[in-house]
Write a protein that binds this ligand. Structure first.
Ligand SMILES: *Cc1c(COP(=O)(O)O)cnc(C)c1O
Length: 393
């Protein structure tokens, strides 16, 4: 017996339950079509909502930044790794989102892991939506605070958890995803804000899937609900609609200043590179100059969802471009995904533990990069596989 036999057994277990993640290799830039494991397929997997990941304006900005600043930051932000581009990006993000200040991180994951432990500790309590993203959960655990999960998007459940527990703790924070990435539903942030205000509790939203998608010209969930100045902490990512990489925390200037002093991934891990920062600035330029890409994203999403429903698929509760196709058991979802791939469509099967048991699905990620012909190709493939596997009659 070797000391890693248990891992081999666990891996075998995942494979037999249809839960083993076979990771595909991409051999092309991101876009409506991809070369995946050597095959050209229609891309329904990426978070590249606006098609910015290979946009010529961003690519040009990144190249210019490489010529002027090189490729590596060579130190953490707090020592010698804060370039003029990082500072400019933070100013531009704050202005774009209409907040006092913003700080960037290496990723959205790190933004959560930095922010939560900086704001709450052992004597405090976190009220967390039951379906919050893994990076929120990890940030909560790292903080050492008491974590109380309330029912998903349920403001009554949140309020009764607060009433029962608040008095036993020093400080409290409510944390919710903005758009939930597996179901595509949106947190009732206006109602959550009312509760936060009533009990005078900090409010934090992780808008990773709402940044560049929701609100005026993609300004995010706070803009969508017209809650400017009312949400204390807005976390976002620059890796989804923004098309690059990085995380951001936007909001109250005092909180942002505190994160520069106490956000551990900011202090102890190097930042995104100068070309990343320059490409993000170019993305903001594009978003501020026109709503065309955001409009196209929503037009595509509405069309695709309506046509999928007409075909007879269950697209769940999504109100955003995230389109889950509910299938039930994980092996069926995996087989569906494999058949789609054979038909030239790359769409991911998602099963437990990412979603609950029995709620396996294919998740289709719609993008402004898709043309109507692309979407029609996808619909045709879904119809064919759906009939073949008996999902559609
Ligand atoms: C994707 C996502 C993240 C992580 O963002 P990265 O920049 O890829 O690390 C964090 N939170 C939520 C809600 C997400 O959907």
């Amino acid at each position: 017996m070797s000391k890693i036999d248990w891992i081999t057994q666990e891996l075998e277990g995942l494979k037999s339950q249809g839960l083993y993640n076979r990771i595909r290799t991409i051999g092309s830039p991101q876009g409506a079509w991809l070369i995946v494991d050597g095959k050209r397929v229609l891309n329904f997997c990426s978070n590249n909502y606006l098609g910015l990941a290979n946009h010529p304006v961003l690519v040009k900005a990144a190249k210019k930044a490489i010529d002027e600043m090189g490729v590596g930051p060579a130190a953490v932000r707090s020592i010698a790794g804060t370039t003029t581009l990082h500072v400019e990006l933070e100013k531009r993000l704050a202005a774009f989102k209409g907040v006092e200040a913003a700080i960037t991180f290496q990723s959205g994951f790190n933004a959560n892991v930095a922010t939560i432990p900086a704001l709450v500790g052992k004597e405090d309590v976190i009220f967390s939506d039951r379906l919050n993203h893994a990076s929120i959960i990890d940030g909560c655990r790292l903080s050492g605070a008491k974590i109380i999960a309330y029912e998903h998007c349920d403001v009554d459940s949140l309020e009764s958890a607060i009433r029962e527990n608040l008095s036993q703790y020093r400080r409290a924070i409510i944390i919710t995803d903005g758009v939930f990435s597996m179901d595509g539903d949106v947190a009732p942030l206006d109602k959550i804000y009312e509760v936060a205000r009533k009990y005078d509790i900090l409010l934090m939203v992780d808008d990773a899937h709402g940044e560049g998608v929701l609100g005026k010209g993609g300004r995010g969930i706070v803009d969508h609900f017209n809650l400017h100045g009312k949400v204390d902490v807005e976390v976002g990512t620059l890796s989804k609609a923004f098309g690059v990489v990085g995380g951001v925390v936007a909001g109250n200037a005092v909180i942002i200043e505190w994160l520069r002093q106490r956000g551990r991934p900011f202090l102890f891990s190097s930042a995104v590179t100068a070309p990343d920062a320059a490409a993000c600035i170019a993305a903001i330029d594009l978003l501020e100059s026109s709503t065309e890409l955001v409009d196209k994203l929503w037009e595509n999403a509405r069309y695709f969802k309506a046509e999928m429903k007409k075909l007879g698929f269950d697209t769940g509760v999504s109100t955003t471009p995230i389109t889950p196709i509910m299938l039930g058991e994980a092996p069926l979802a995996q087989q569906f995904s494999r058949e789609l791939f054979e038909a030239g469509v790359f769409a991911m099967a998602i099963g437990y533990p990412t979603v609950p048991q029995g709620k396996a699905r294919i998740r289709v990620m719609i993008s402004a990069a898709h043309s109507k012909e692309d979407l029609d190709r996808g619909l045709e493939a879904f119809a064919g596989v759906g009939r073949k596997l008996g999902v559609l009659r």
